[in-house]
Write a protein that binds this ligand. Sequence first.
Ligand code: COA
Length: 323
Amino acid sequence: MTRRAVVRGVGHYLPEKVIENSHFESTLETTDEWIRARTGIERRHFAAEGETTSDLATHAANAALAHAGLTAEDIDAIVVATSTADLTFPSAATMVQAKLGMTRGFAFDVQAVCAGFVYALSNANALIVSGQADRVLVIGAETFSRIMDWTDRTTCVLFGDGAGAVLLEAQDGAGTSADRGILATDLNSDGRFKDLLYVDGGVSTQTTGVLRMEGNQVFRHAVAKLAATAETALDKAGLTASDVDWIVPHQANIRIIQGTAKKMGLPMEKVVVTVQDHGNTSAASIPLAMSVGVANGQIKPGDLIVTEAIGGGLAWGAVVLRW
Ligand code: COA
C-alpha cells in the first residue's frame, strides 16, 4: 500500500466585478484587439474595495468543502499559495482557518508567486505522504489588482483577482501510476532572474510597491521551462505526454499555453483554458482552472492531469496527478 494525496473536492470564487479589456482603452494607449491577440485575455475580475485575499480564499475553501461533502472540522491543515496576503503577518492561511471556524490543525502560506499553487500542492502532498496530515485544503488566492501600476500598459492589463481550492485526502494506492492522487512533483527556481518579474517594494524597504516585468524575457523562459518541468514530472511518475488527459497550465498568456502544449506534442483539445475570462490570477490560476474544468465536465475522475506554472523568482514546477 502506498499513501497517496487524492483530490476529494475542488471549488473556486471570483469577485463580482468584471473588467472587460475595453475598460483600459480610455486610460491607456491600448486596445481590446491588442490584448486579445497578444495574450488571449478578454476580461478579468477585480476584488471590491475592502475585499481581501483571505476573503476570496475562504469562499473558494467553502466551495471545495461543499464539493467534498466535508466541513472545516474534517481538515487537518490549510496551505494558501499567495503573494498578496491581507497583512505582512499573520498568514492568509490562519485568517482563512479562523473564517472557516476551524479550531484545530495548522495553517501556513507558501509564496512562489505564479508557481505558488504547484509549490503548495507539492508541500501538501509531502504532509500527507509523510503522515503529518490526512486532509489538507490547498488554496491559491490573489488580489493582484492591488499591486498594479495603472499607468503601465505592459502589465496592468494582464492580471486579475480570484481564488481556487483543492481538498486533498490521504487514500491508499497500489504504488503504481494507475493510482489516483499526486503521482510526482518537480520544483525549480533560479534567483538570478529576479529582475525579470518582481514587486519593487516590500516590508524591509518600507514600501508596498507595484509589479514590474520584462514581459518578453519572461515569455522566452516560460515555454522551454514549462515543457521541461512537465516532462520531468511525467518521467518521475513513469509516464509520458501521451498518457496525459489534461494539461492544466498556469493561465498567463494563451501563446505560452499553446507553445508549451505544442512542445509537449499535445493538442489544445487537451488543455484547460480559462485565461480569456480570468486573466493571470497568479497562484489562483491553476485551482481556478481545475474547478472550472470539473464544473464544465472536462476533468473526470481517473483522468491524468499535468499542471505546470512559472513566475517571479524565477520559480517554476509541475505536478502530475490522477484526478
Ligand atoms: N497595448 C498595446 N501595446 C502594448 C501593450 C498593450 N497593453 N503592452 C505592450 N505593448 C507594446 C509594447 O510597448 C511594444 O511596443 P514597442 O514595440 O513600441 O516598444 C509592443 O507592444 C511589443 O511589446 P512586447 O513586450 O515585445 O510584446 P509581446 O508580444 O511580448 O507581448 C506580453 C507582451 C507582456 C503580453 C508578453 O510578453 C507576455 O505575456 N509575457 C509573459 C508575461 C507573463 O505571462 N508573465 C507572468 C508569468 S507568471
